[in-house]
Design a protein around this ligand. Structure first.
Ligand code: ATP
Ligand code: MG
Length: 560
């Protein structure tokens, strides 16, 4: 546990300290990538509790993903010690679930209401047809709550009950929201109910990283924070601790045409004059692009060391980089397959972040049903194991028509996948089943695994890697366009923000590549490099593998 009290803010820079120690009232922290948002947010909570006598149980910290919530929880534990447990940390959905469970009766739900799973939803849909009113009624009749309702029901409940609003405002006097740029209408409504206009609401985010409008997020809520909340204080963090100066310069130029932040500035804290330029590779084909990856990764990680059982030092060359330092980012999931193949052929270990939902894995549904109905005893992880055994026994002999057959190896894999979630849920079976239903993901991504990480640009948000390859930087992929689709300014701006998110994941080395030919939607076509590359000063690139004359390595940094 870190020392709380005097030294608490020492690990922050001047502006981070201003943000972390700001007095109560609405506070908006506008912070670009790599400026230490989570660091500032967690230190603010710790500072308030240690210095201003705020009780941890009065603090509510909301993020968008379970992974981000866990990261927050972990860092708070480090700063505050055991009392960090009293801070409510969660996603919007888990917050909605908490409110609904505490007020099930008032919401017209039985205490043991369940979240509808796919089968429940499909059944209700089949019966209700297009009739949304009727659909909801069917779910209600079966004591089920739909995912969206985890937010809409609490909002409706609070809107109709001033006393309840007052109770929650008393409980959570301090509210913190990370990634505020991705708030949608109902989440915003919920926040407005939980926080008075002059409340202690601290919103952190970066409008230039708003990449979820396709899911209903609206960056407008971020932009009008100071209209919505009284006397809002605004703090900007401009110092980027993550990326080398050339990477940062390229990223800042890339976002400039669409920036939503007036006078966007990102000052590099890192000023190594030897920092490599941004690598740019013009591949002839997708296969050529994958070859470039293999060659470059081999170079970076030290020749063939990974294929040898020796010390990892080949040709007398030692390198401090390992596969886990490297990420490959792409716009669409379909780009992953040829890359996985090429890396695997070269014996380069890869891990791909999966967006599969846990509940879609074979065996998981059967185990969940067993847990729900069998009345098992013991800790939740033990119950999961037991349910797995029961399922394995029951389905050991497949039915004649093959329906209901679950392979024993699938059941074992399912138990392994479910155990970490079971641990996180304490012994709360209801919470466990709710998490499954709300789409907990198969989270096979291990930050320490000795493997190159492959992930989409969306999934890369918030993460950082020493080496990043951004592949497929082509018109039609970045910005993404379907055949025959007219370019739309808002969509292009969001794609540019996504490109910005990708570039700013890199700490030390960034490579951007594009292929001259690619098969999309079933036919191979010629591709032009992404227009997003055109606004980046060519002097920031070191070009590989095309016919253009190589520029002399211009190590002079062009800083903004
Ligand atoms: P993103 O918008 O990409 O999510 P972020 O603003 O959340 O970025 P962090 O991931 O919190 O940024 O921080 C980026 C990196 O900078 C981390 O490695 C963090 O440890 C480091 N960092 C942040 N603040 C400081 C500081 N004051 N001194 C040293 N390192 C710092
Ligand atoms: Mg972050």
């Amino acid at each position: 546990m870190e020392e709380v009290g005097t030294g608490l803010l020492d690990r922050l820079d001047a502006m981070q300290r201003v943000a972390a120690s700001a007095p109560g009232g609405p506070l908006l922290i506008v912070a670009g990538p790599g400026t230490g948002k989570t660091r500032t947010l967690t230190h603010r909570i710790a500072y308030l509790c240690a210095e201003l006598n705020v009780f941890p149980e009065q603090c509510l910290a909301i993020t968008f993903t379970r992974r981000a919530a866990e990261e927050l929880r972990h860092r708070l534990d480090g700063l505050l010690g055991p009392v960090a447990e009293d801070v409510t940390v969660g996603t919007f959905h888990s917050l909605g679930l908490t409110i609904l469970r505490e007020n099930a009766q008032a919401a017209g739900l039985p205490a043991d209401f369940r979240i509808a799973d796919d089968a429940d939803r499909a059944a209700a849909r089949a019966e209700a047809g297009d009739d949304d009113e009727r659909y909801a009624a069917l779910l209600r009749k079966r004591d089920l709550v739909d995912l969206d309702e985890l937010l809409t029901l609490p909002v409706a409940l609070l809107k109709g009950d001033r006393k309840l609003v007052k109770e929650y405002r008393e409980r959570w006097k301090w509210i913190f929201v990370d990634e505020y740029q991705d708030v949608d209408a109902v989440q915003y409504d919920l926040l407005r109910l939980l926080s008075p206009a002059d409340g202690n609401l601290c919103a952190i985010g970066d409008p230039d990283q708003a990449i979820y409008s396709f899911r209903g997020a609206d960056v407008g809520y971020f932009l009008r924070f100071s209209q919505d909340f009284t006397d809002a204080r605004l703090v900007r963090l401009n110092r980027n601790y993550r990326s080398s100066a050339p990477i940062l310069a390229a990223a800042v130029q890339a976002i400039a045409p669409s920036s939503l932040v007036r006078g966007r500035r990102l000052d590099p804290a890192r000023l190594d004059p030897e920092a490599p330029l941004v690598g740019r590779y013009a591949a002839t084909s997708v296969a050529d692009e994958a070859d470039f990856l293999v060659r470059t990764i081999d170079d970076l990680v030290g020749g063939l060391s990974h294929r040898s059982l020796d010390s990892g030092r080949i040709d007398g060359r030692a390198t401090s980089l390992s596969f886990s330092d490297i990420a490959v980012l792409y716009r669409t999931d379909s780009q992953a397959a040829p890359i996985v193949d090429a890396l695997a052929r070269a014996n380069i270990p890869v891990q791909k972040r999966s967006h599969d939902r846990l509940r879609d894995r074979p065996g998981v549904t059967a185990i969940a049903r067993e847990l729900r109905h069998a009345g098992l005893d013991g800790s939740l992880p033990a119950r999961v194991r037991l349910a797995g055994q029961l399922v394995a026994e029951r389905f050991a002999v497949p039915t004649l028509d093959g329906s209901g057959a679950v392979r024993p190896e699938d059941v074992r894999a399912a138990v392994d996948l479910l155990t970490p979630l079971a641990r996180r849920c304490g012994d709360d079976l209801g919470l466990f089943l709710a998490q499954l239903a709300t789409g907990a993901e198969v989270d096979a991504l291990d930050p320490r695994a000795e493997a190159v990480t492959l992930l989409t640009l969306h999934a890369a948000k918030g993460l950082e890697f020493p080496v990043v390859f951004l592949v497929g930087a082509e018109d039609g992929l970045l910005p993404l366009r379907w055949p025959g689709q007219e370019p739309d300014d808002d969509a292009v701006a969001e794609e540019r923000r996504l490109f910005f998110v990708g570039l700013t994941r890199a700490q030390d080395r960034l490579y951007v590549s594009h292929a001259a030919r690619r098969t999309r939607h079933g036919s191979e076509r010629e591709c032009r490099p992404s227009p997003f590359l055109d606004v980046i000063d060519p002097g920031l690139f070191e070009r590989f593998g095309d016919t253009e004359p190589r520029r002399p390595k211009d190590r002079q940094l062009r800083l903004i």
